[in-house]
Structure formats: C-alpha cells, structure tokens
Ligand binder design. Structure first.
Ligand code: 6PG
Length: 238
C-alpha cells in the first residue's frame, strides 16, 4: 500500500504574513540542517508566490556558503530565458547572495524534456535526502510540473526527474521531479496564495486525489495558505 500524506494546514490572513512565516520556516530549516550536517539542501519552486519570498530572502542573515540549491521543476526554454524558474530565482534572490555558483544546480531543461530529465536524474543520484522542498499549488491542483492527468499518474515507478510533454500551463514541455523524489525530504513546505487557489486547496483538504497530495515525505507536509494574494496589497508595503 502507498503511504498516505500527512498535512499540517496553516492559514494566514494575507500574503505578507504568509511570507514572513515561510521565511522563518526556511531559515530555521537551514539552521537545523547546517548544525546537524553542515549543509542545507533546498529545492525551489517556480511561480509567483515563491518569487516574492525569494526577494525577501536577499536580506536574510544565514550561512549562505552551506546552501545547495536544486529545483523541483523547470520549463524547457533556452538557458537564460526569463520565463525559466531558475532564471526567476536567480534574478529575485540567488544572484544577490553569496551561495557558491557550484552549489546552484539548475535543471538543464535547455536539453529538452527527455535529455534534461535524464541528466538531472543522474545528478540527483549523487544527492541524498533534501532538507527542505518548497512547492507551489496550481489552480488545477498541480505541483512542480506534475499536472492532473499527466502520463506520470499511471506509472508505478518513475525516475527522480521526468519529462513532461503536454503541460496545460505554458510552456508545454517541462522537466519535473517525481513525487517520490520530492518526498525524499526532511521537510516539505507548500505555499499557496490567492483566491484562485481556494477550490484546489479545498479539494485537497477534503481528501480528493490531486497531484499535490502525492507528495508524501515521512514527516508530513506543511501547507501555508492565504486567500488574499492580491499583488495590489503588496504595493502598499513599506
Ligand atoms: C511553474 C511552477 C508551478 C507553480 C504553480 C503555482 O513552473 O510555474 O513550478 O508548479 O509553482 O503553478 O504558481 P503560482 O504561485 O504562480 O500560482
């Protein structure tokens, strides 16, 4: 029998409160991992919710030299394309802090879905358990690039990174980590903000089998959510 998912739900009144809590969660995870193992292996998500968190992380005081960055999914576009998740993370955060370049591990999605997935799966074979996996939630319940109805759903076994050929969210070609690889983590944190996420979140809480519910790390997952994700709200921030 497949292990089920344990969820801890955390509701926040607005996007700013969610970000502050996510920032604390990340920095505490980093501190603990670095104290225990000397490294912090973090998997990043794409999407607009984490982008705002990444911008806040620029100012964080932490041992950046111990951080190792991986990605949960990537869009198959040329290296450096602005729509790539790794490009967004670099621009918002990674290029502004002193994480050694060799410790940033983008998915080589410029090789195409199969080539990129194959190479990243080989790279991940050298990496143990992640310390923290950050994930988003799509309006259709997808997470990383695991979309409902995708070919991955029917497979009993998947490699660590898989090609995605027909994503409904553009671009259609992507590389995603598999549910099992995303679940090989001490902590998993989902970030979902905005009214548009309400139906997917409700379906998930009711126990419906959406892609996000396939992420089953032994310690369970934390889901930080707010329905006030209006960017106008943010424009009023100091
Ligand atoms: C991507 C992501 C995707 C994203 C969700 C949520 O390539 O876009 O990896 O899984 O995290 O779609 O995105 P938003 O935060 O923008 O709603």
């Amino acid at each position: 029998m497949k292990p089920g998912q344990t969820c801890r739900w955390h509701a926040f009144p607005d996007q700013v409160a969610l970000e502050q809590a996510a920032l604390r969660f990340m920095l505490e995870s980093a501190e603990q991992a670095i104290a225990e193992r000397g490294v912090f292996r973090l998997v990043l998500s794409g999407g607009t919710t984490p982008r705002r968190l990444y911008q806040v992380l620029r100012q964080a005081q932490t041992g950046w030299s111990a951080w190792h960055i991986y990605f949960g999914d990537e869009r198959c576009l040329p290296a450096g394309a602005p729509e790539r998740n790794s490009h967004m993370a670099r621009l918002a955060w990674l290029d502004q802090v002193s994480i050694p370049a060799a410790q940033i591990h983008p998915i080589p999605a410029e090789l195409g879905p199969e080539g990129g997935a194959g190479r990243y799966a080989r790279e991940l074979a050298q990496v143990g358990e992640f310390d923290l996996v950050l994930l988003g939630l799509g309006e259709d319940g997808h997470t990383a690039s695991l979309f409902p109805g995708g070919a991955w759903e029917g497979e009993a076994w998947l490699p660590a990174a898989i090609p995605v050929l027909d994503a409904p969210k553009p671009p259609p070609q992507r590389v995603s980590l598999s549910p099992a690889r995303l679940s090989l983590a001490s902590r998993v944190l989902f970030l979902a903000s905005g009214e548009a996420k309400r139906p997917a979140l409700m379906a998930w809480r009711e126990g419906q089998p959406i892609p996000a519910s396939r992420i089953c790390p032994p310690a369970g997952v934390d889901v930080f959510f707010c329905f006030d994700g209006d960017p106008a709200h943010r424009a009023n921030r100091p």
